[in-house]
Design a protein around this ligand. Structure first.
Ligand code: MD6
Ligand code: FE
Length: 224
């Protein structure tokens, strides 16, 4: 599915991106400041409708970051394991819809990658505090890995690491900035990845959505 990786012409500032594995597209500086603010406005509305919560691992340990969701389905985890659910675990309300600005961005990128028919039904909102991070993981709770995951970063820079198909594989460090978009698709869809750290105070935009938070990341997926 899709065309050859569009690297290395993605960087708005003319810098040379590192060689990326097949099935990884990194659009650095994809969003203007105005577009970033628009998505942060959307984040405020999502957090109002679906307050941040802290999922737990099977053994009861809470994850480091708080999160919430928008879309028909939302990712959740507790003692019963990782899964997608249709209602907020604390309020019982359905998740708010995926904001149209986010769907439009996703559509435009799918167009550029030559991927037709992608209709994300879930969007995880990861909220990082100054000490936020995300352990190395594969996104594998979705039914069909042929559908990509599209990630949008807002707020402070983050040290993102991209590994291989085994947890032990060497990782490539990438500094993700506000307005960057990363797509894992095709062979890249199940690569290990994580966020080693965020760099508080580096956000190019200030916005009420970032009050008490350093970074917000949206990941759009097709869960079912
Ligand atoms: C983050 N991103 O950037 C976490 N997952 O905060 C992810 O876990 C991720 O960037 C799937 C595809 C792209 C990603
Ligand atoms: Fe992920």
């Amino acid at each position: 599915m899709g065309k050859a990786a569009p690297q290395p012409d993605l960087f708005a500032d003319g810098a040379q991106p590192p060689p990326l594995p097949e099935g990884v597209a990194w659009y650095r500086g994809r969003l203007s400041k105005a577009e970033q603010i628009g998505l942060l406005d959307d984040a405020v509305a999502i957090l109002q409708a679906a307050p941040l919560f802290r999922p737990r691992m099977r053994n009861g340990t809470p994850l480091i970051n708080k999160m919430t969701n928008c879309g028909a389905l939302g990712w959740y985890s507790d003692e019963k394991g990782y899964r997608y659910i249709a209602q907020h675990p604390e309020t019982g309300a359905p998740w708010p819809p995926i904001p149209s600005r986010l769907s439009a961005l996703c559509d435009a990128i799918m167009d550029e990658l030559g991927i037709a028919g992608y209709a994300p039904d879930a969007c995880l909102v990861n909220a990082y505090g100054a000490e936020g991070r995300l352990n190395l993981h594969q996104d594998h709770d979705e039914v069909d890995f042929r559908w990509p995951i599209v990630s949008v970063s807002l707020g402070a820079d983050a040290l993102f690491v991209l590994g291989g198909y085994s947890r032990k594989d060497k990782v490539l460090p990438i500094r993700l900035c506000s307005g960057d978009v990363v797509v894992l698709y095709g062979k890249g869809r199940t690569l290990f990845h994580g966020v080693k750290k965020v760099f508080p105070g580096t956000s190019p935009v200030s916005h009420p959505a970032l009050n008490g938070l350093a970074r917000i990341n949206f990941t759009l997926r097709r869960a079912r």
